[in-house]
Design a protein. Structure first.
Length: 647
């Protein structure tokens, strides 16, 4: 078959399914022979400087249409599977995948990973990676990227990895490059050591079945709070004491192992979230009272759950036995949460429960602790004044009547009467009794933190015709050096306007993640950018340090350093007003923030004002903002700043 007929046949075969390949609904499966033929055709007909299309030549004009289609298909492929060809020498075959620029899922089967090149350029985009029948150690793919022999670098998007059916014996430090990995399959290997599995703080599912483990791995760190499914079936496990730290584990498969005594299940009682346990094929499974004895070792929190033991739900009687050996004696627990010895735990189970006496203490008695003894003293005379409860009931009733604006109803006079505040100072007055020039009005406060002044105030008046009946309250009273009620509520509004809602671990799934820091060559931070928010997290603990809404970003631009990004925020908090990040993908980060600023741009509104001095009506444009702005509006006719907002 000629080259032209071969390429035409491939193009005609792939055209009907090209839509599914572009959308990621289908997986493009190519053998090494056809993949090399495509690369050879592209090298001969596609210039290197062109990335999206190429011009036809007179010599091979009939091939250009099919080559153009195949070139676009390779660039837009989302999922790729590469398999060997029986007619080709696998040891000398070199496979190049660098042209699959949009790939997110990559599978390589039975091909020596050292002969695969081009993975280094795709490392930042791959979300799912599968390597089967071709690995001896993980460093060949995670550190060196196969035949590229690259340096160690993070797989920023990798969340699922399948390294099953290989010849792996140990787990090395290569998992330091995959901090966001959530699902890992290491089944059907020869693993005996799992010391470096703790470098996966976000792992949720781990499959270690069909290996050579003699004891369950001891987990520590953040993985203890994230791991939910653990499959350890078909190993040689005799000891599972290391599983006691997995506080959020839901499913545990220990089938076909070497557990020969129910005492080895003591660590199961430390798993409060466990809902499924499989012990089939173990020596203890042949015990005549296996299910009854096993239920005694379950945590008491599993009783109300639909717990499944050996693929059979627990009966009501079996549920009542759960928690018989819990709570455990805390003295028998080690520093890492595991048991120091099983004998001490058994002793704590057989220990007689202590009697606890509940002593009723009437309200009004004084409790005095003296020399570690609790003495009840004769009740002291106390005031039975319940005026504070009456004030509380009045405030709640007042709030129900007037809704959200209950604090500003009738200029707060009723609220002041309820709290029994002193009469307002002379600075508080109405428009009817006001005599001085309106242009020189000022509101002086004795409190140093007061920031409101009469010339800067803009009043909201629903009805312009009733402006004479409205009045301004500018009093700031200080009692014993403390803020007055008006200052307290004004300060709380400022803080609430800049506080962002609490973050969620779902940001990792919904946003773009950039690893960097506030200093060059540092990677102590993870900057997560979503459609509406920008958050700053610790790269080790994933704990959120700061959070901003996109619409408070004033500017975002690259600095003098190629990896430097400078951001300025529109916020009142000085510690969050600006940031300098050093990110490897600085240009992508700036473009993402710029797009978010355009999408979340606040609209401009037109506000109608009326001057209280010359009765002139005018309007001005104002941008809505989440931060409290100091708005200064003056009349264009008389330059008076004593104006009101009319709706």
């Amino acid at each position: 078959m000629s080259e032209q007929n071969l390429l035409s046949g491939i193009a005609n075969l792939l055209r009907p399914v090209s839509t599914d390949v572009f959308k990621g609904k289908g997986k493009l499966c190519l053998s090494t022979v056809y993949l090399n033929k495509l690369n050879k055709a592209f090298d001969e007909n596609v210039p290197e400087e062109l990335t999206s299309s190429f011009h036809p030549t007179e010599e091979k004009a009939s091939l250009q249409k099919d080559l153009q289609f195949l070139f676009d298909l390779v660039k837009g492929t989302v999922a790729l599977k590469v398999t060997p060809d029986l007619l080709e020498d696998l040891e000398s075959t070199v496979v190049n995948v660098k042209r699959f620029q949009n790939i997110k899922l990559l599978e390589i089967h039975k091909i020596d990973i050292a002969n695969v090149i081009g993975i280094q350029k795709l490392r930042s985009n791959i979300e799912e990676l599968t390597c089967m029948y071709n690995l001896i150690n993980l460093a060949d793919i995670l550190d060196k990227c196969g035949g590229d022999c690259s340096h160690k670098f993070n797989w920023a998007e990798l969340k699922r990895a399948n390294f099953s059916h290989n010849r792996l014996h140990t787990i090395d430090t290569s998992f330091e490059c995959t901090p966001w990995l959530q699902i890992l399959d290491l089944s059907h290997n020869c693993i005996t050591n799992l010391d470096w599995i703790d470098h996966l703080p976000n792992l949720k599912r781990l499959n270690l079945s069909y290996n050579r483990l003699e004891k369950a791995p001891r987990f520590k760190g953040l993985i203890c709070k994230r791991l939910q499914v653990l499959l350890l079936n078909n190993n040689f496990i005799e000891d599972i004491s290391g599983l006691g730290t997995l506080c959020d584990l839901l499913q545990l498969d220990l089938a076909q192992n070497c557990l020969n005594d129910h005492v080895t299940l003591l660590s199961i009682s430390q798993l409060p979230s466990l809902s499924s346990l499989d012990l089939r094929g173990n020596p203890i499974n042949f015990h005549p009272l296996h299910r009854t004895v096993t239920c005694n070792y379950l945590n008491k929190n599993t009783a109300p759950l639909s717990f499944v033991l050996d693929n059979i739900p627990l009966t009501r009687t079996e549920k009542s036995l759960a928690g018989s050996l819990y709570p455990l004696n805390q003295g028998s627990l080690g520093s890492n949460g595991s048991y120091s010895s099983q004998n001490s735990l058994e002793h704590s189970v057989q220990e007689r429960p202590r009697r606890v006496r509940n002593v009723p203490i009437q309200e009004g008695y004084d409790i005095v602790v003296k020399e570690k003894k609790l003495d009840v003293v004769v009740p002291s005379p106390r005031s039975t004044n319940r005026s504070h409860l009456d004030i509380k009931n009045k405030i709640e009733e007042f709030r129900r009547q007037h809704g959200e604006n209950w604090m500003s109803y009738a200029a707060g006079e009723i609220f002041q009467e309820v709290l029994k505040f002193p009469e307002p100072s002379k600075a508080s007055t109405s428009f009817k009794d006001y005599q001085p020039n309106l242009d020189t009005i000022s509101c002086e406060s004795e409190h140093p933190n007061s920031f409101v002044s009469a010339p800067d105030m803009v009043l909201n008046v629903d009805n312009p015709d009733t402006t004479n009946e409205s009045f301004v309250t500018c009093s700031h009273e200080v009692n014993n050096g403390n803020d007055s009620v008006e200052d307290i509520f004004s300060n709380s509004q400022v803080e609430e306007s800049t506080i962002e809602p609490p973050s969620d671990d779902e940001d990792f799934d919904q946003g773009e993640i950039f690893v960097g820091g506030t200093a060059p060559n540092s990677d102590d931070l993870c900057i997560v950018v979503t459609e509406t928010h920008l958050s700053e997290r610790d790269s080790v603990t994933s704990k959120e340090k700061a959070r901003w809404h996109i619409n408070v970003v004033k500017s975002c631009q690259k600095g003098e350093n190629p990896n430097e990004v400078k951001i300025i925020f529109d916020t009142l908090r000085r510690d969050r007003s600006a940031r300098n990040y050093y990110i490897e993908e600085a240009e992508k980060f700036v473009n993402l923030i710029s797009e978010g600023m355009i999408k979340n741009k606040l609209p401009e509104i037109r506000i109608q004002y009326q001057c209280m001095k010359c009765n002139n009506s005018f309007s001005k444009t104002k941008k809505t903002s989440t931060v409290l702005d100091e708005v200064k509006v003056t009349c264009p006719k008389c330059d008076s700043n004593f104006v009101v907002e009319s709706k």
